[in-house]
Write a protein that binds this ligand. Structure first.
Ligand SMILES: Cc1ncc(COP(=O)(O)O)c(C=O)c1O
Length: 382
């Protein structure tokens, strides 16, 4: 058996969800919304199942979805994308990431990763034969520094895997960070795989800027999006990959032999959804922002130290002021003794584990958030 996969432990997400199920805890661990998602988009999917095409769709994705994506990203991010040669549909962002790493890494290549990082990244990089080099980001700002990048990049760097907005920290990298990253990628002739699945879930009037929109990065960026996050339908697993034709040709070869296609009915519904008016996207953001504000205010009222949350479904709490120095142990006690499941952020680190931050998902009904706050009162700082 492959040692990279056989040595992996059960993820902390599963451990916490299991404990939440066993104890009947309020589960603010896993990141998915309570809301069932936009009805019209779901109805389009249902119609497409009943009346539409249910056989293999084209390998690159339905033409209507690729065209809708080109229009969508022109409108929202100012990107000029050719739907025929620069956009591909995958089975979720996860397939897109796996395919991109398989397509771009030659065994022995160095791959720059930013920790905390999404849990799939590291095993996929290793399985593709990449040698991980970490940039360790630390609270409260989790910002990039030239010094940290200089340590991670080398003449062997071929690929950079960059997540913006960043899960789990709920931070957004701004122009200065992107300038710095672009400078390093260009100097080292590296390709950056940008996981931008949270691009639409941004708050306080923020507008997402894709690395692919930078003329100096246009030929060395892979942009990855997820309909699951765009439409709050996390189980849908419809991803979008965008890159210049020379890169896309190789990405398509990986996709061809991983899943080959993605369910056509969901693709049809996503094509419809991407054309929804600005009001839908602004309303979705406003709803999540309201939940964030409700939960963060509740935590602050209890005396917790809440870190800024600029996007995603998450808000983080610094547990050091509670006298806690082990986030995993804290989360175990929180779920078993107090009935609230959360995720220890150290689980997203490979090397420089930060052990004093705990992640809560606020994309839940008010009653669920209020029930969690009531239980959290038992852990308030004294
Ligand atoms: C940073 C990041 N990348 C990728 C994914 C997975 O996206 P998908 O469900 O489309 O595979 C997630 C889901 O939470 C995520 O947070």
């Amino acid at each position: 058996m492959n040692p990279i996969l056989s040595a992996l432990p059960t993820t902390v997400f599963e451990v916490m969800s299991q404990l939440a199920r066993e104890t009947g805890a309020v589960n603010l661990g896993q990141g998915f919304p309570d809301d069932p998602g936009p009805l019209d988009v779901r109805q389009k999917a249902a119609e497409a199942v009943v009346d539409g095409w249910n056989q293999y769709p084209p390998m690159m994705g339905l033409a209507e979805l690729r065209e809708a994506a080109a229009k969508h990203y022109k409108h929202w991010q100012g990107l000029d994308l050719d739907p025929n040669s620069e956009i591909m549909v995958t089975s979720g962002a996860t397939e897109a990431i796996a395919g991109a790493l398989m397509a771009l890494i030659t065994p022995g290549d160095e791959v720059v990763l930013f920790e905390p990082m999404y849990d799939a990244y590291l095993p996929l990089v290793r399985r593709a034969g990449g040698i991980p080099k970490f940039v360790t980001l630390t609270p409260p700002h989790f910002g990039l520094t030239e010094e940290a990048l200089a340590k991670a990049f080398s003449p062997k760097t071929r690929v950079v895997l960059f997540n913006n907005p960043l899960n789990p920290t709920a931070t957004i990298f701004g122009k200065a960070d992107l300038d710095l990253l672009a400078d390093f990628c260009i100097r080292h002739d590296a390709i950056v795989v940008c996981d931008e699945v949270w691009e639409h879930v941004v708050f306080d009037g923020h507008r997402h800027a894709s690395v692919l929109g930078r003329p100096d990065m246009r030929e060395r960026t892979v942009k990855i999006s997820s309909a699951g996050k765009i439409f709050s339908l996390t189980g849908w697993k419809v991803g979008l990959v965008m890159a210049a034709p020379a890169i896309m040709r190789v990405l398509a070869k990986a996709h061809q032999f991983i899943t080959f296609t993605t369910p056509p009915n969901l693709q049809a519904a996503v094509a419809y959804g991407l054309g929804k008016d600005d009001g839908y996207f602004e309303g979705m953001r406003a709803d999540f922002q309201r939940s964030r504000d409700r939960f963060a205010a509740g935590l602050r009222d209890l005396g917790f130290t809440v870190l800024p949350s600029a996007g995603t479904y998450f808000v983080n709490v610094d547990i050091a002021p509670l006298g806690e120095s082990d986030d995993v142990d804290f989360c175990r006690r929180l779920v078993t003794e107090n009935g609230v499941a959360a995720i220890p952020v150290s689980a997203f680190y490979a090397e420089g584990a930060v052990r004093n931050v705990v992640r809560f998902c606020f994309a839940k009904r008010d009653a669920t958030l209020d029930a969690a706050l009531e239980r959290l009162a038992a852990r308030r700082p004294r």
